[in-house]
Design a protein around this ligand. Structure first.
Ligand code: PRP
Length: 217
């Protein structure tokens, strides 16, 4: 039997993703060991697993280096990769929002004279240029985006808000909601055909698990 390969986004989502997979019998003890290894195998069920930077997960899945990816909707929206987004895993819930110092920018939110800092340039282009039809200036940053309005680099940010504590700690407020986010299961288009039975069994298992989680809430 060929291996089924999973790419998991490093960080907040990986642990919960492995927990879910374990619950449907797709665990990997080797992954729990402390090592510098990057690829882990469970020979009993012919599965391989690796952790990658979130932005790279859709790339591994599109090219078929991973059959399945677990990654946030934020990354899928930003990366625009050619893959199947098969299900909402209902964890890692957060949202994209525009935030800034309410007293300084509220009256300029719809003007073209607005500077927006973000890690998510494609998401910001889509939101401002296509949805709002607003010609703002976009500034790409790579992290700690909340700093931008505080030090005067931008008027607002478009970023992920989960608990809201980073915004609050920096005197910023949500000014516009953009869209809800959560972890997604992504599948390579060719793998979906060639490994259909195994992949659909996984999807079925995860769907059952997610719907029973919903009922227990
Ligand atoms: C994310 C996001 C916000 C923060 C939101 O950053 O970009 O900064 O989490 O979470 P909160 O609403 O619960 O405070 P991340 O921790 O991924 O680090 P980064 O700033 O380096 O991108």
């Amino acid at each position: 039997m060929e291996y089924l390969t999973f790419a998991l986004a490093k960080g907040r989502l990986a642990e919960k993703a492995m927990e879910l997979l374990e619950e449907i019998g797709i665990g990997c003890d080797e992954m729990k060991e402390d090592s510098r290894k990057l690829l882990f195998t469970n020979e009993d069920i012919k599965c391989r697993f690796f952790l990658a930077k979130a932005q790279d997960v859709p790339t591994y899945v599109e090219y078929g280096a991973a059959d399945i990816g677990i990654v946030g909707r934020d990354t899928l929206l930003e990366e625009h990769r050619n893959l199947y987004q098969v299900m909402d895993l209902k964890f890692g819930k957060c949202r994209f929002a525009v935030a800034g110092r309410a007293d300084e920018v509220t009256d300029r939110l719809n003007s073209n004279d607005l500077r927006v800092a973000t890690k998510y340039l494609n998401v910001a282009k889509d939101y401002y240029f296509n949805k709002k039809r607003q010609t703002v200036e976009l500034i790409k940053l790579n992290g700690s985006v909340e700093l931008a309005p505080v030090v005067g680099l931008s008027d607002v940010i478009l970023d992920i808000v989960e608990t809201g504590s980073t915004l609050e700690a920096n005197g910023l407020k949500v000014l516009e909601e953009v869209c809800p986010l959560s972890a997604r299961l992504a599948v390579n288009r060719v793998s979906m055909k060639l490994k259909y039975d195994r992949i659909s069994e996984i999807i079925r298992g995860l769907k059952e698990l997610c719907s029973s989680d919903d009922q227990n809430r």
